[in-house]
Design a protein around this ligand. Sequence first.
Ligand code: FSX
Length: 307
Amino acid sequence: MQISRRAFLKCCALASASLGLGPKELVDLESALADPQAPSVLWLQGSGCSGCTISFLNYVSPSEPLDAADVLIKSVNLIYHPTLSAGAGESIVADVKKAENFILLVEGAVPTAFGGYACSPWSDGGREVPFQEAVRTLSAKAGQVVCIGTCAAFGGISAMGANPTAAKSVQEVIGKSTINISGCPPHPNWIVETLVQLFQGKTVSLDGRGRPVSIYGSRRMCDQCPMHGREEARTLGVRGQCMEALGCQGEAGSAPCPATQWNNRVNWCIAAGSPCLGCTDPAFPGTASLFRRRGGPGGRGRGRGRG
Ligand code: FSX
């Protein structure tokens, strides 16, 4: 089934509306998509749980294109995605090696212990290629490197605790700045909005953590939270009360979850009765009380993350 350009733009329009983009931006996007020289996309997956890809796939529409896979595979030049690409093996490796003029999306942290062989995306000529080597090589050729998720952006869960694979953020490994779409996982609209801006050739304005200002803003989650100032809950499972005393991380970070919500605006963590885990924060999961062992922190401490 071929996805028409019109259908793709309709899909982008739905995402853009929830992000506050206007008709002018959509016209710009249409122009950008008409350009056959528009950047291709190459998506790598390293040390993570693949939740970032799953979150992206939750970008759905009741009308065609029905899901993000349709968008990426048939409307954008997707060179490679480990789980979404139809191809595999030597032909894909050849396509990756000859790729030029692309945006590199990296999901998951980069393991650096054991010569990097804790994670390998493919073999080349019979040699297992360490993920860190693939990230370094492709980021040097990419027009832009975008980290999808907190693991790629800051290390995240993959780099917590003893971190036996010495997992690091992409920026630590490649030595140059990245656009960081943090979140564990990030919201699908945050990914789409960033890609739209890049397809339009716009410079994405970033905060001190490398995150798009248009998405993450500067307001603490707490200041946007409808529970702010309410009676404080003392036990989990009580809705309609502030969960600061239960370790809510809403004071620590800024993210638009209260506005965008999740699963097609069905709900978000606080409204579902869960404290914010601060999953967009560089120090995550060290900041999240639910990840701590009784009697002391079980993850990385605040301040070890970038930003
Ligand atoms: Fe990390 Fe992605 Fe969290 Fe998982 O792979 S940001 S563990 S939701 O999915 O990298």
